[in-house]
Design a protein around this ligand. Structure first.
Ligand SMILES: Nc1nc2c(ncn2[C@@H]2O[C@H](COP(=O)(O)OP(=O)(O)OP(=O)(O)O)[C@@H](O)[C@H]2O)c(=O)[nH]1
Length: 119
């Protein structure tokens, strides 16, 4: 279970402790808003991150097009060793898909297709 704190409008902070190879690992997860009005604020949290998960909505072309902007910011503001994963969300809505799997896969980072509802 996640312990969740809503620090500011547009930023959620969650912690979770998991076991990996009998070692206890505490995850700190910053959930920043994708909306334009929170963009500058969200980018501040890139610095010091070990991993960044970018999520777009497969039924919304604009949300995919925004990924390029986020990648640019990650390149300039996050550390060089940061791991980036791209998730195409809402794959339960295949009939409403606007962004092809191929477009998602063309972005040169790890790509996965997911659904919050089918997990
Ligand atoms: N069908 C479907 N709906 C989803 C899925 N994931 C999220 N939603 C819906 O999409 C809407 C937005 O979800 P949020 O989790 O608020 O999205 P968000 O990316 O955190 O939004 P921001 O933080 O404002 O950028 C909600 O109505 C969710 O119920 C999914 O996998 N499938």
């Amino acid at each position: 279970m996640f312990t969740s704190f809503n620090l500011l409008a547009g930023i959620d902070f969650k912690t979770k402790t998991i076991e990996i190879d009998e070692t206890s690992v505490k995850l700190q997860i910053w959930d920043t808003a994708g909306q334009e009005r929170f963009h500058t604020l969200s980018v501040r949290y890139f610095r010091g991150a070990h991993g960044i998960v970018l999520v777009y909505d497969i039924t919304n072309t604009l949300s995919f097009e925004n990924i390029a902007m986020w990648m640019k910011d990650i390149k300039s503001k996050a550390g060089e060793d940061v791991e980036v994963v791209l998730l195409g969300n809402k794959c339960d809505k295949e009939d409403e898909r606007k962004v092809s799997k191929e477009r998602g896969e063309k972005v040169s980072i790890d790509y996965l297709s997911i659904s919050e509802y089918l997990s």
